[in-house]
Write a protein that binds this ligand. Structure first.
Ligand SMILES: Cc1cc2nc3c(=O)[nH]c(=O)nc-3n(C[C@H](O)[C@H](O)[C@H](O)COP(=O)(O)OP(=O)(O)OC[C@H]3O[C@@H](n4cnc5c(N)ncnc54)[C@H](O)[C@@H]3O)c2cc1C
Length: 395
């Protein structure tokens, strides 16, 4: 363990050391801190504002592998295993902290709103059947028989019998309480401004007022992770993809299922009598705004259940998904830099994947078995030097 005696800008001697520093208290960094703290590590989680205020505050919290498509191969396997481990952790967290994270399950209908989408879904169901998923095909008439709430204009749907979702803000609250109960420290309102180096080793981070030292530093700073890596002349292929969403109050209408369309989804939150309508996917840098185009998009998604038009607007949300170039998480040690690890790029499934990736990254940090899937998600594939990148642009 490194021990340093520092003097901060106000002249107060500072000695801030930990085994591990985690930067970013979104669901990814917070879940990692929780797992490390449970294993007896002395961890400090550093957040520039408050936990869960960026992408991890998104309302939907869908934990499904069929809704937005989890691809095939290792990513599908990761998503499936991630659901099982997350459900276990949610059980433990709820017991440890007494915080209900709003876990619900419902049937999910992936609906076709035109003939082209119908063809695409019919193709998908053949793949899903081969993957042993609990799904079946519903013709438009079957849909209306199952529920009068569906629009008569739909072209059929894939029905999945049981899909989970939770409320991310409540999950964050439980994780933070869990971290505190396991004696680790959370430092909020502290923006990490740089990485402290000794040769090719990262020994800590600097914030506006303090220096923090540790044996290992993990960057879990979502869409902002590339900024911190630039100081090491590294380009990380992660960018923000904005998502707008609405929450509507539905005291007079209990939507008993989740609806998914190629443009977005409707997720009932029965515990608070609301429905979440999400989400746009916009590649427009770090801009976070609710736009009329976004609202129009979401209203189109809502039109699959026409009677929702009578609901009142509860609130809106916009967040930036930390999206990697191939849509899959980027995990593990940064090559050529000792003491630096990443956990980011969770893209559109970060709530679902948070627990399993935290388990894998904590195993790597503690020199334990990271499992067979680990090799497919290593950071190496998303990193290049800034010089390499500018050469690519110039050619
Ligand atoms: C509209 C929308 C809907 C979504 N729906 C779902 C869904 O249904 N299911 C699902 O699984 N996923 C969903 N996602 C994706 C999921 O929310 C993200 O993948 C996940 O939240 C990413 O978590 P994160 O911790 O990596 O990033 P973030 O939540 O963005 O957290 C990063 C944290 O790092 C902090 N930070 C950044 N820079 C610094 C710095 N220099 N110093 C200190 N702290 C710093 C930030 O303040 C932030 O708190 C959705 C996302 C959006 C936007």
């Amino acid at each position: 363990m490194l021990e340093f005696l520092l003097t901060n800008v106000r002249g107060i001697p500072m000695k801030k050391t930990s085994d591990i520093l985690v930067v970013g208290a979104g669901v990814v960094g917070a879940m990692l801190t929780y797992h490390l703290a449970k294993q007896g590590c002395n961890v400090r989680l550093i957040e520039r504002t408050q936990p869960g205020t960026e992408a991890s505050g998104a309302y939907a919290g869908l934990l499904t592998t069929v809704a937005e498509g989890s691809g095939q191969g290792p990513y599908l396997e990761l998503s499936k295993q991630a659901l099982n481990t997350l459900l276990d952790t949610v059980d433990t967290l709820q017991e440890e902290t007494g915080i209900d994270v709003g876990l619900e399950h419902h049937p999910l209908y992936r609906v076709a709103t035109n003939a082209e989408e119908r063809e695409s879904l019919l193709h998908s169901i053949n793949i899903l059947k081969k993957q042993d998923s609990d799904t079946s095909w519903c013709e438009a008439n079957d849909l209306l028989q199952e529920s009068k709430l569906f629009s008569p204009r739909l072209f059929g749907a894939i029905r999945s019998n049981k899909e989970y979702h939770l409320t991310p803000s409540l999950l964050l609250k439980a994780i933070i309480k869990g971290i505190e109960q396991h004696d680790s420290i959370i430092t909020t309102d502290a923006r990490v401004t740089g990485l402290l180096k000794e040769g090719k080793r990262i020994v800590g981070v600097s914030t506006e007022y303090d220096h923090y030292f540790a044996d290992q530093v993990v960057l879990a700073s979502g869409s902002w992770t590339p900024e911190l890596l630039k100081t090491l002349n590294l380009n990380l292929r992660v960018k923000p993809i904005a998502g707008q969403m609405l929450k509507i109050s539905t005291p007079d209408l209990q939507l008993p299922f989740i609806v998914n369309t190629p443009r977005g989804y409707l997720v009932p939150k029965l515990f608070e009598q609301s429905v979440v309508i999400g989400a746009t996917q916009e590649d427009k840098g770090f801009k976070k705004e609710i736009t009329m185009a976004g609202i129009t998009h979401l209203i189109r998604v809502m039109s699959t259940i026409p009677s929702l038009v009578h609901s009142s607007l509860h609130s809106t949300f916009v967040g930036l998904r930390p999206t990697s170039f191939d849509g899959m998480p980027l995990l593990g040690p940064v090559p050529d830099w000792e003491g630096l690890t990443l956990s980011t790029g969770h893209s559109q499934h970060g709530i679902l994947l948070s627990d399993l990736t935290a388990r894998m990254v904590s195993a790597s940090l503690l020199g334990r078995d990271t499992g067979d899937l680990w090799q497919h998600f290593l950071v190496d594939r998303g990193l290049q030097s800034l010089t390499e990148q500018s050469m690519e642009v110039n050619i």
